[in-house]
Design a protein around this ligand. Sequence first.
Ligand SMILES: CC(C)(COP(=O)(O)OP(=O)(O)OC[C@H]1O[C@@H](n2cnc3c(N)ncnc32)[C@H](O)[C@@H]1OP(=O)(O)O)[C@@H](O)C(=O)NCCC(=O)NCCS
Length: 409
Amino acid sequence: MGKALDGVKILDMTHVQSGPSCTQILAWLGADVLKLEAPSGDITRRQLRDVPDADSLYFTMLNSNKKSITLNLKEERGKEIFVDLVKRSDVLVENFGPGTIERLGFTWEKLNALNPKLIFASIKGFGEGPYTNFKAYEVVAQAMGGSMATTGFEDGPPTATGAQIGDSGTGIHTVAAILAALYQRTETGRGQRVAVAMQHSVLNLCRVKLRDQQRLATGPLTEYPNEDFGDDVPRSGNASGGGQPGWAVKCAPGGPNDYVYVIIQPQGWAPITRLMGLPELAEDPEWSTPEARLNKLAKVFQLVEEWTSQHGKWEVLAKLNAENVPCGPILSTGELIEDESLVSNEMIVTVDHPVRGPFKTVGCPLKLSDSPVDVERSPLLGEHNDEIYRQVLGLPEDELVSLKANGVI
Ligand SMILES: CC(C)(COP(=O)(O)OP(=O)(O)OC[C@H]1O[C@@H](n2cnc3c(N)ncnc32)[C@H](O)[C@@H]1OP(=O)(O)O)[C@@H](O)C(=O)NCCC(=O)NCCS
């Protein structure tokens, strides 16, 4: 079966996580993704290695379904070859530090002149302004995009979230931008400049916290568990952040992830009171309505926890779902990687690799009925040099030998 992005040629100069997470999704959607690396390779091939001399899981889990070529863009011949590749590409994606690609001689104006149909997408830490020239990593974006200030408990420090919202979150925003630019090109015939900043992506994901920032002007945020409100939205622990109260309550046997997150919708209260063995609270006006419970949510969840702590999280999940109460057991990473439903949904996928052997990776969360995803292994460094330079660009064999000897590829 064909794929949604069949025939779309992506020249992928990304590294680390934000950029590779974007181009991996594009590859899964069927684009032809050619990863161009300096002859030394994407630094993550060697970072956090678990198997000696094999590409790390950091690399293999973010670069599947791509081809790899090496090319030294600091060499004149390297720049000439790059120009040929740009002319053949639909999209160029990079996430170098600020000014890096321009220092290599490739401004948007130059790339646009070389190939007016090219979509040139860049991920940077920040937009235009005082931070433009700053480098950024995941937690820097979380710090400056609103996530750290609003994550954690009121009496604790700002906290980073485990979800890589600054990196992979920005990657998926960039996927959306590139697809929109490809679609617009079908009308205009022109490429365009696409810029996505990690700070902006995190801020977009923190949208509801900026909603609450403005609500502070009219008084305390009544659904928050906090008692004191200052000028800024406080950290609110495990409060749900939506209109319905929720909290993570302990389960048996009391391990670090033996918790269930429970949300109490108005209609969920009566069944919860029955499960807790306190059915009278369903009728008691002190407890029966969301408004009556609002000023004693800590006590509400303490009662819920007295019940849940006598049961395992899977049992609590079954009992609450039997009553249509939204809830989620806290699944540990060990549980997730073995989860049969995630395996059958191809969200945990085993891939073979010629150097490191089989490993598990996370599959594609986008499920398209006409564009199924086959997760394939990441390429070895320069694995496709011969195919691209000889067969596609038509470089003669003797030149390839000298390019290699001179460190150009
Ligand atoms: C991640 C980041 C902080 C890393 O910074 P860094 O290690 O200094 O790496 P850079 O991206 O600036 O590039 C490093 C060098 O490799 C060189 N390089 C990259 N590809 C090359 C190639 N094919 N051939 C020759 N040189 C190459 C660059 O020219 C640059 O050299 P320079 O320092 O002499 O200009 C930075 O890339 C960044 O801020 N990126 C944008 C935000 C981002 O994506 N952050 C990471 C999220 S996971």
